[in-house]
Design a protein around this ligand. Structure first.
Ligand code: FAD
Length: 404
């Protein structure tokens, strides 16, 4: 039998290979990846790994023995074209592989900054192990870093850099940090915490050019005429899903590779999962493309189940976390499109949750240093449950009573 070919060995691709074997899938499985490392985890790249002196091995999902034992073939190459008619995948090395089923788990890549001098050596990005390794060399006390973009990765990096003794400025086009992803309550809390740690935040501004001298970065110019000095610039302005392989093979793509409720493309021999997949969501209606470990992992498990005879619609409940300095943000559900927020806990004490409602129905919970609320949210929302905003805000209300 021809193998299941998986393009991309990030969280989604790795999990799919592992889950196929766990489900007893006995046919060949190949993981094709264009990064020269064993499959590894990304979240620590902007957190513990960046901060500590750990070796790359600490990031690997499994040692190479696992792949040998499980008979998962790792192929270090780049997939460049799909011949759907003959079910063949072409690789950059010139070789090709036939497939029974092809899974695109190609993830996403950094969106590049398009302003003058953005190609200087000290303008850096943070998505891969190699990029995190390279950035570690720059984390020297006293260095001045400007972070462009106050999303999760920009802020995680900023907090780590500050803790390492760097002088940190963060520029953000929006009027609050993480505005696309969290409520104003959470943004304001983190703005205060980062400012208290000594990070300078510039909101509502755009970087218009990087200034340099002799190939070195000297600063960043802002849209409001200000200039911020810098030795290093770290860019965190979002990612672009890797859809080109699918698009060139004639598969429908939009802001991701379009897949149905079962994560199948328009070609029944090709699935797409993880960051690259724009999936039809039964749970939320419409289509969604999410960038999280949960999404990648649960997509993979759903496809592994389908390929081993247990086809069902994907119905994972989104959840996410971000560590910034000593604070842990956790999100359960989708906190977009809400019309009411109830706050539980004590913001001043640095432990609270924002319960988000749409038409009286709880849609998501954002928790800061309140892991119990988060775990409660994951269980309640997965079961499509709700509690009232009044109950949420009442700290004496026993959340567990809503789960029975
Ligand atoms: P990816 O991890 O992007 O993997 C795709 C792989 O496919 C890549 O290695 C890529 O090089 C390879 N590839 C692409 N095209 C080809 C091709 N044609 N041929 C061969 N190989 C190819 N999520 C959380 O939930 N919590 C967090 O705290 C968190 N922190 C993060 C911190 C950082 C610094 C980053 C970068 C991400 C973080 N994320 C976090 C997001 C999470 O890591 C991603 O959602 C997840 O990695 C997506 O997995 P994926 O397998 O879909 O894609």
């Amino acid at each position: 039998k021809q193998p299941v070919l998986i393009v991309g060995a990030g969280h989604a691709g790795f999990q799919l290979a592992a889950s196929l074997r766990q489900a007893g899938y006995g046919e060949p499985v190949c993981l094709i990846n264009d990064e020269s490392h064993l499959p590894y985890q990304r979240p620590p790249l902007s957190k513990a790994y960046l901060k500590g002196g750990g070796a790359p091995d600490s990031l690997m999902f499994r040692p190479d023995k696992f792949y040998r034992d499980q008979n998962i073939e790792l192929i270090a190459d780049r997939a460049v074209a799909i011949d759907r008619a003959t079910r063949r995948l072409l690789l950059a090395s010139g070789s090709s592989l036939d497939y029974e089923h092809l899974v695109l788990a190609t993830g996403a890549r950094n969106r590049l900054l398009d302003i003058p001098n953005a190609n200087l050596e000290a303008v850096r990005y943070l998505r891969t192990l190699d990029e995190s390794e390279a950035l570690r060399q720059w984390l020297v006390p006293g260095q001045r870093v400007v972070v462009i973009g106050a999303g999760f990765i920009g802020l995680e990096f900023a907090a780590t850099a500050r803790a390492k003794g760097l002088d940190v400025d963060v520029l953000e086009l929006g009027t609050r940090v993480m505005a696309r992803a969290v409520t104003a309550e959470i943004s304001e809390f983190f703005q205060d915490r980062h400012t208290a740690a000594g990070i300078r935040l510039y909101l509502g501004v755009q970087a218009t050019s990087i200034e340099g001298h002799d190939g070195k970065v000297t600063g960043v110019s802002l849209s409001d005429g200000r200039h911020v000095a810098a030795d290093l610039v770290v860019v965190g302005v979002g990612v672009l899903p890797n859809v080109e392989l699918a698009a060139e093979a004639g598969l429908p793509v939009a802001s991701g590779i379009i897949v149905d409720e079962q994560l199948l493309t328009s070609d029944s021999n090709i699935s797409a999962i993880g960051d690259c997949a724009l999936y039809a969501s039964q749970r939320f209606g419409g289509s969604l493309r999410l960038e999280s470990v949960q999404n990648a992992t649960d997509h993979a498990k759903c496809v592994a189940a389908r390929l081993t005879g247990d086809a069902k619609h994907y119905d994972g409940l989104p959840w996410f976390w971000s560590d910034q300095g000593s604070d842990k943000l956790q999100i359960a559900g989708l906190t977009t499109g809400y019309d009411r927020v109830a706050v539980r806990g004590d913001r001043e004490q640095g432990a609270f949750s924002a319960f988000c409602y749409r038409s009286e129905q709880l849609v998501g919970i954002e928790s800061v240093n309140r892991a119990g609320d988060h775990m409660f949210g994951r269980r309640l929302l997965a079961a499509n449950g709700s509690i009232t905003p009044e109950q949420a805000a009442d700290i004496s209300f026993d959340l567990k009573s809503a789960l029975s």
